[in-house]
Structure formats: C-alpha cells, structure tokens
Design a protein around this ligand. Structure first.
Ligand SMILES: NC(=O)c1ccc[n+]([C@@H]2O[C@H](COP(=O)([O-])OP(=O)(O)OC[C@H]3O[C@@H](n4cnc5c(N)ncnc54)[C@H](O)[C@@H]3O)[C@@H](O)[C@H]2O)c1
Length: 266
C-alpha cells in the first residue's frame, strides 16, 4: 500500500480522543487524510486532534454518538471544516462487565445506546452525506469497530458481546443497502482482540473481580494463551487494518468482517 493511500480523503473518527480511536485517527492522518475526532471527552479530544494534521487538516467536534441531533451537527461540521466527508470510523463504544446472574437493565440499555444506536446513527448520517446529492456526495467508506467478543464466548461480557454481534449484523445490512441503492459507500467491520487500553485493562480487572482469574496477570495470560500469535492486540494493529479497509486497495471489499485478533476467534 502506498504511504499516502488516503491523500485528499476526509475522515470522522468517533471515540477518537484516546485508545484505539486516537491510534486510528493518527494512522488515517499519516496516510494523508484530513481527520475530525468526535468524542464526549472534549479536552482529550482537542489535545489528540492538535497532535494530528501532518498532511491534512485536523479538528475536534463534540459528539455523543447516541444522539441523533449531535450526529447531524458533527457531520455538518466535518463537511464544513474538512471540505468534504468520505470516511467514517464508528469506533466509540463502552463495555460494562457483568455475569448474567448480576446484569442490570440500565447497564444493558446504556451499552445498546452507545454501541448499537451510536453505530446505526453514524451510518445513517454518513450515508445521507456521502451518497449522490448529499452534502459531501462523493461516496466513501465506513468501518465499524466490533470485537472478537462478537465471534467467541468470553465470560462476563454477555451484554457487550450482544451489542458487538449487532454491529456485525448491521454492517452487512448497511453494506447491502449502500451497494444496492448506489450510494458508492463500502461498509466493513473489524473484530479486534483484547487491547490494554483503559477499556481493556478495566475488563481484565473485572474478570478478576468476578472470580474468573486469580489476578490481572493471570487474566491477560489466559487471553494470550487463547491467541495463536501469542500476544495481546495493539492499537496500531487495528489502526493499520482501518487504513487498509478505508483505502482504494479495498475497493471491492464490502460487507466484510475482518478479525484483528491474532487468531483468537478462528
Ligand atoms: N480495548 C479492547 O480490548 C477492545 C477490543 C475489541 C474492541 N474494542 C472496541 O474498540 C473501541 C474503542 O475501544 P478502546 O479500548 O479504545 O476504549 P476506550 O474506553 O479507551 O476509548 C473509548 C473512546 O470512546 C469514547 N466514547 C465513549 N462513549 C462515547 C459516546 N457516547 N460518544 C462519543 N464517544 C464516546 C470515549 O470517550 C473514549 O474516548 C470500542 O468500540 C471497543 O468496544 C476494544
């Protein structure tokens, strides 16, 4: 893949203030794209955006992905500030650990709001903007961040796994609609393995708290043991896969789910 495979492209990355999203924003920028970060963390989001923009523009917009009106405003801001919009990365997500015997309805609803409704609204507003006649109108690509949790059974994350399986299915339906209706937009998803971000390390601690591992070291070792390539995932592993799926090199790939998990889910 050429070093500047995304030169001239205009991207919005949700949850880009930190963790995997910040790495995705940096990788898209390094590949030549202009990048808008959308997040509820304003200070961190602005700081991360300030570190981008080596090749194109970079900006921040406050966006709670569960809010339809905020999506409309964030996409409008992206088109206005970057001069277009042709790449969306639906990365924002939350994980609330619980054994099924302890699940709280409010926690399940909150995960559905962010992980399912947030991704669906993102695709809605991206399609409206990117399709012919839309505010950007040049087609494009959407990459949704699902999880290895959509492909394997892992204890204490039933609700989260359900929301990520929904992301997987919504990706296929969205890719079908976008293709059949001539939007010129490809839609794919990724299934990352465990990554030691804030979310990943909180999960490792929760596994211990739920009596499923003796300590965090054992929890992490258990995941590594299940991973043929023998290590945890890194944020850059996911970011590189997003750059590929967003690039012209992936021009005939849509409706696909790509594991980035070292083989854990095979
Ligand atoms: N870390 C892992 O092990 C792992 C593995 C597989 C998939 N994932 C997925 O990758 C994505 C990023 O995870 P991460 O590890 O970087 O998590 P993280 O908690 O470190 O970062 C998540 C980011 O999303 C933002 N966010 C949360 N709710 C939001 C909302 N309503 N609107 C806008 N932004 C919001 C947060 O402010 C934060 O910046 C998530 O979708 C997660 O489910 C993570």
């Amino acid at each position: 893949m050429g070093e500047r495979s995304l030169a001239g492209r205009k991207a919005l990355v949700t949850g880009g203030a930190r963790g995997i999203g910040a790495s995705i924003a940096a990788a898209l920028s390094a590949a030549g794209a202009s990048v808008m970060i959308g997040d509820i963390l304003e200070d961190a989001g602005r700081q991360t955006a300030a570190g981008l923009g080596e090749h194109g523009k970079a900006g921040f917009v406050r966006l709670d992905v569960a809010d339809d009106a905020q999506w409309q405003a964030a996409v409008a801001a992206t088109v206005a500030e970057l001069g277009g919009f042709d790449l969306l990365v639906n990365n924002a997500g939350i994980e609330i650990t619980s054994l099924i015997v302890d699940v709280e309805a409010a926690d399940l609803r909150r995960m559905c709001e962010v992980n399912i409704v947030g991704v669906a609204l993102g695709m809605k507003h991206a399609f409206r903007a990117m399709r012919p006649g839309g505010a950007a109108g040049q087609g494009g690509s959407v990459v949704n961040i699902a999880s290895v949790a959509a492909t394997i059974a892992f204890p204490a994350i039933a609700g989260y796994s359900g929301t990520k399986s929904a992301v997987d299915r919504m990706t296929r339906v969205a890719a079908m609609e976008a293709g059949k209706l001539g939007y010129g937009v490809r839609v794919n998803c990724l299934y990352p393995g465990l990554i030691p971000t804030e979310m990943g390390m909180k999960l490792a601690n929760d596994i211990v708290a739920n009596g499923l591992a003796a300590d965090v070291g054992a929890a992490v070792a258990g995941v590594v043991e299940q991973t043929p390539l023998g290590r945890l995932a890194e944020v850059g592993d996911v970011a590189d896969a997003v750059v590929f799926l967003s690039s012209p090199q992936a021009r005939f790939i849509t409706g696909a789910g790509l594991p980035v998990d070292g083989g854990m889910g095979m």
